[in-house]
Design a protein around this ligand. Structure first.
Ligand code: UDP
Length: 340
């Protein structure tokens, strides 16, 4: 099969590309490298079935050509990360809403299956845990930047489902719950890579708020397994489906696990939300997916425990740090040789 992954140089996109190539498929990625990175896909470039286009999904002509080449389109290109969203709300709304419309429009010309990556953020402040796909979404006011992400993704979902109802354009919407794993960067605020990096550097582990807020972290390999089961299932078309893990942990608990798994001496510090993000920032106290629908469609169960995820993320950071040290020591020796 042939696939287009928008946002294919991102954290999830690059893992998806890797998995599809490993099973013998052809992969096209389209990524403007705004939050994705060449490093994420460098190792894939030697594969002849891998084709990369570092360009924007707003390039309609290129998008149309790549859609024509593909059987399935995975639309992962989006503004992600709470910090990025709070800092760049215009970009968030434009990329998420306009980008998705372009992808759906291009795909609908030939009725190619589109999987839209949405997010657990759309459940907002709802306290009806676990979150079911048919539950109400509870968003905060438009004056609080964070909610622009949830609202833009909710609009993407409406758009996708409308293309399905009105134009018989096949779509599957997945709501991803805190996907984590190697290659995720902490640059845009994600908690796990930040905690692991801080622990490895011996720096304070920064828990925001009281640390009692909880999340369920799902390994990226599990997320991808669920995505691939869904696209192979006709019953998933026209549906909105949660993907995640149900192993719930508070951020204080996560800080402790990270500290223990990395054998770090780092202190755990608490930073008020106002300082961490912006004055008046609203966080979700709990976020747990109901996986009933996903399980009934695919029999999927997440397989990777949190301790194992933390170990893999730490190993990835250590590998990167070693590679960086090698590069620096090579350039220092080259400099010393040239000076002697
Ligand atoms: N968080 C934290 N320290 C950090 C980064 C994030 O305590 O250095 C908290 C954040 O306030 C939130 C949780 O960790 O309560 C998960 O944050 P993330 O941005 O990873 O995902 P999301 O908020 O979208 O669930």
């Amino acid at each position: 099969m042939r696939h287009l992954i928008t946002g294919g140089a991102g954290f999830i996109g690059s893992h998806l590309a890797e998995t599809l190539l490993a099973r013998g498929d052809e992969v096209f990625i389209l990524d403007d490298l705004s939050t994705g990175s060449v490093e994420n896909v460098r190792h894939l470039k030697i594969n002849q079935r891998f084709h990369h286009f570092f360009d924007s999904i707003m390039n309609k002509q290129l998008l149309a050509e790549l859609v024509d080449e593909s059987d399935v389109i995975f639309h992962l290109a989006a503004a992600v990360g709470v910090r990025l969203i709070v800092e760049s709300p215009v970009r968030t709304i434009e990329t998420n809403v306009y980008g998705t419309q372009l992808v759906l429009d291009a795909a609908s010309k030939k009725k190619k299956l589109v999987l839209i990556a949405s997010t657990s953020e759309v459940y907002g402040k709802s306290d009806k845990v676990p979150f079911r796909e048919d539950a109400d979404l509870v968003l905060g006011p438009t004056t609080k930047g964070r909610w622009s992400y949830a609202a833009s993704k909710a609009l993407d979902e409406f758009l996708a489902l409308s293309y399905w109802k009105e134009r018989q354009q096949p779509v599957i919407v997945v709501r991803l719950f805190n996907t984590v794993g190697p290659r995720q960067t902490g640059r845009y605020g994600m908690v796990l890579p930040n905690f692991v990096r801080q622990a490895l550097e011996g720096a304070p582990i920064t828990v925001f708020g009281s640390g009692q807020q909880s999340r369920c972290f799902c390994d990226v390999c599990d997320t991808i397994r669920a995505i691939l089961l869904l696209i192979a299932n006709d019953r998933a078309v026209g549906e909105v489906v949660n993907i995640g893990s149900t192993e719930e942990i508070s951020m204080e608990g996560l800080a402790r696990i990270v500290k223990q798994r990395t054998k770090s001496e780092s202190p755990i510090t608490y930073i008020p939300y106002d300082q961490a993000y912006e004055p008046g920032f609203e966080d979700m106290p709990r976020r747990v997916p109901s996986l009933e629908k996903l399980e009934s469609l695919t029999a999927f169960r997440p397989a990777t425990p949190l301790s194992e995820i933390v170990d893999r993320v730490a190993a990835h950071f250590q590998k990167d740090a070693n590679a960086e040290m090698m590069r620096t020591s090579h350039s220092v020796s080259a400099l010393a040789a040239s000076e002697s």
